[in-house]
Design a protein around this ligand. Structure first.
Ligand SMILES: O=C(CO)COP(=O)(O)O
Length: 253
């Protein structure tokens, strides 16, 4: 299997300088599999990116949590893809559900952001996911397919894209998707890519799960054939993030 396990830590809008120091120390001391087995990317708030990047063990990478939709300029409060590249930040998270719902980012806007970030040389963790209401009405695949389609329409090369399936009802709620629920949507997304992009892209693109991932549930989720890793929120601020990274060994066992 060619898809390397991927574990992202999304710190969201959390952390003081002291807390960031402690988290980085924990990450640097943790026992984890080799970078051949797992790719680890942590995503602090913008203001901490330079310090985290400079202090983090070299095999772990950093991601921004967002970037502007086009070239920088007169866009007060925004950070451009060019700036991230200039600072040597390799990854960016785009289309997180908190930005979709709280800041009104549409599918099309997220598609434009993904295309622009890729064009500047960034790698993208592109998030999709349904609300509880959408799940209960049976429209989960329709929703995540439309979110993925809005990206697929704007990009040609999927090499630098990781898709994060994050059901909104599982984010920050302690209500994790069951391994079967995650597998079903991941397989559906892979099928969507096979039908609408190509068999190669479907086979090689990593589809990771996010939403109340913990050390306790990570191994069973990682055991699902189409779960290629995680995007971790709350638990990425704690020492248990190291255990979640170690769930990668389930794939090679
Ligand atoms: O939104 C998430 C990661 O991007 C998931 O957050 P939690 O792990 O806190 O549920």
């Amino acid at each position: 299997m060619g898809r390397k396990f991927f574990v992202g830590g999304n710190w969201k809008c959390n952390g003081t300088a002291d807390q960031v120091d402690k988290i980085v120390k924990t990450l640097n001391e943790g026992q984890v599999p080799s970078p051949d087995v797992v790719e680890v990317v942590v995503s602090p708030p913008y203001v901490f990116l330079p310090v985290v990047k400079s202090q983090l063990r070299p095999e772990f990478q950093v991601a921004a949590q967002n970037c502007w939709v086009k070239k920088g300029g007169a866009f007060t409060g925004e950070v451009s893809a060019e700036m991230l590249v200039n600072l040597g930040v390799p990854w960016v998270i785009l289309g997180h559900s908190e930005r979709r719902s709280l800041l009104g980012e549409s599918n099309e806007f997220v598609g434009d952001k993904v295309a622009y970030a890729l064009s500047q040389g960034l790698k993208v963790i592109a998030c999709v996911g349904e609300t509880l209401e959408q799940r209960e009405s049976g429209s989960t695949m329709e929703v995540v397919s439309a979110q993925t389609k809005a990206i697929a329409e704007k990009i040609k090369d999927w090499t630098n894209v990781v898709v994060a399936y994050e059901p909104v009802w599982a984010i920050g709620t302690g209500k994790v998707a069951t391994p079967a629920q995650a597998q079903e949507v991941h397989a559906g997304l892979r099928e969507w890519l096979a039908t609408n992009v190509s068999a190669e892209v479907a086979e090689s693109t990593r589809i990771i799960y996010g939403g109340s991932v913990t050390a306790a549930n990570s191994k069973e989720l990682a055991g699902q054939p189409d779960v290629d890793g995680f995007l971790v929120g709350g638990a990425s601020l704690k020492p248990e993030f190291i255990d979640i990274i170690n769930a990668a060994t389930v794939k090679s066992a």
